[in-house]
Design a protein around this ligand. Sequence first.
Ligand code: PMP
Length: 414
Amino acid sequence: MNAVSAVTAPYDAERVRADFPILAQQVNGHPLIYLDSAASGQRPLAVLRAVERYETHHHSNVHRGVHALSQAATEAFEGARERVRRFLNARSTREIVFVRGATEGINLVAQSLARPRFGPGDEILITGLEHHANIVPWQMVCEQSGCALKVAPIDRRGEVDIGRLLELLTARTRLVAVAHVSNALGTIVPVKRIIEAAHSSGALVLVDGAQAVPHGAVDVRELGCDFYAFSGHKLYGPTGIGVLFGREELLEEMPPWQGGGDMIRTVSFEKSTYNELPWKFEAGTPNISGAVGLAAAMDYLESLGLEAVAAHEQRLLALATAELERMPGIEIIGTAAHKAAVLSFTLRGCHPHDLGTILDSEGVAIRTGHHCAMPVMTFFDIPATARASFGCYNTEADVRALVTALGKAREVFG
Ligand code: PMP
């Protein structure tokens, strides 16, 4: 994904906004200005309708039924898998595992790949800007297996120190786990470069793509990553559904991580044998309507054009950055050269939670807190930030509303 894309056709954000019914409401007597898409995107009508259609006409359990509804549900679910394969340009649907979200995808790799294979003397390398979902599963594996966790630091702009990362990448490194985009800072991490370096050093790479997939096309073959995890709800799809892409050769060698229905071939009390990919990793009844909704979200986003969306968001980010830079007392946290549509900041003398409450009273929804990235807050020596994040439906008017509401907060705290 690129930070800046050249786009010629005008992008009609007002028309896009009209596709999202939830945005047409008033909050605290003001029109809702939703600037929290990094936490969760809203769903367009196309997604809501696809889920409703599935639930109304096609639902049954998948895979084992011979009756018509079960076959319809299986077709819808496996069709969604093929849709995801195309979205990521993966080789095969055998490489697409449905999970609950990015968190579960990362835990799957931690427990199924790292736990049985890594031990004392082995290292897992992450970076200083990771979300807790890409820290804690590795800490758990380190406790379980005796391997060690190394952290490549970030600098004051919120960029990964690639020089230090390359120094930390040694023959002991078995896996590099890195965010494609930081949720707390917006930094776009040069993952392709990291993947190439890791591979030439003999390490595997997992990319946490939770914040990247809504902001640009991701091609797992072009990236060359071994694993790529993301959540449906940040991509304008439902919650409770996500994807783990894994290279087939690796998934093939990995043991299942949860046991139950669907992941087996045969079961006896003496021994069970396992299903083939990708079902080996999908124990229990899956989130069928979630997968259907996710596929619809991908259709929707591609109909807007990922490049056009990214270029629009970059314009909003540039506008908001310029406006906030001009406001005394505001400090932008995360000033990397390449950022996705995330703007973290603090207001002198005002706790971010108070700021968030004032903005909410103006109908402006931002997120405040540590954004599940406490080590990032520790690095910048702050307890929390306020974070505005932009999606395909945000407009320049939203940025102006943010600036006006911030002006009011500055009158209170300035
Ligand atoms: N990684 C990053 C970078 C994220 O922003 C998030 C969600 N905030 C996650 C992982 C976890 O996603 P989920 O909670 O949907 O599993």
